[in-house]
Design a protein around this ligand. Structure first.
Ligand code: NI
Length: 160
């Protein structure tokens, strides 16, 4: 899928994404979208650690995150995700974004978060606590769903 970039696609990247209903969560179209998002974020030309649906032009509350905190570091997808709690230490670290090519920035994020989301395809509510670098990826990707880019929050931005 074509990745939306800030200069060209700011309307969709800056929009608030909508939640998915029960039918959408169970639909084969959602599975196809997730497969395409996973293919896109793992493409060697992108080599990302996370992607949000608005980045492929779909204004829905879906993200895929590489779980560096799990065995085998799998990519996993989350629908209707929210961050409920922000905790742990505040840490500054480098971030980049597929939608902001050529730049990186230092961003201060929380090291422990509580998330909740809807299981795919059942729609059942799930929640968990995530720590470390994976928690940073979740914060970055969830911001995309509210039209926020890391460059909005960065302490400094620099060319790659
Ligand atoms: Ni991003």
């Amino acid at each position: 899928m074509t990745v939306m970039v800030i200069e060209r696609d700011s309307a969709i990247l800056r929009a608030m994404s909508r939640e998915l209903g029960a039918e959408e969560l169970a639909s084969p179209e959602l599975r196809t979208l997730l497969d395409k998002m996973l293919y896109t974020v793992q493409d060697p030309s992108q080599d990302g650690v996370g992607i949000a649906a608005p980045q492929v032009g779909i204004s829905r509350r879906i993200i895929c995150v590489q779980r560096f905190d799990k065995e085998g570091e799998p990519f996993e997808c989350y629908a209707n995700i929210r961050i409920d709690t922000l905790g742990g230490e505040l840490r500054q670290g480098p971030e980049g974004c597929l939608s902001v090519p050529g730049l990186r920035g230092l961003v201060t994020r929380h090291s422990r978060i509580g998330i909740s989301y809807a299981d795919i395809p059942s729609g059942e509510p799930r929640s968990e606590t995530v720590e470390g670098f994976t928690a940073v990826i979740f914060q970055h990707e969830c911001d995309h769903l509210d039209g926020i880019l890391y460059i909005d929050k960065a302490d400094s931005v620099y060319t790659e």
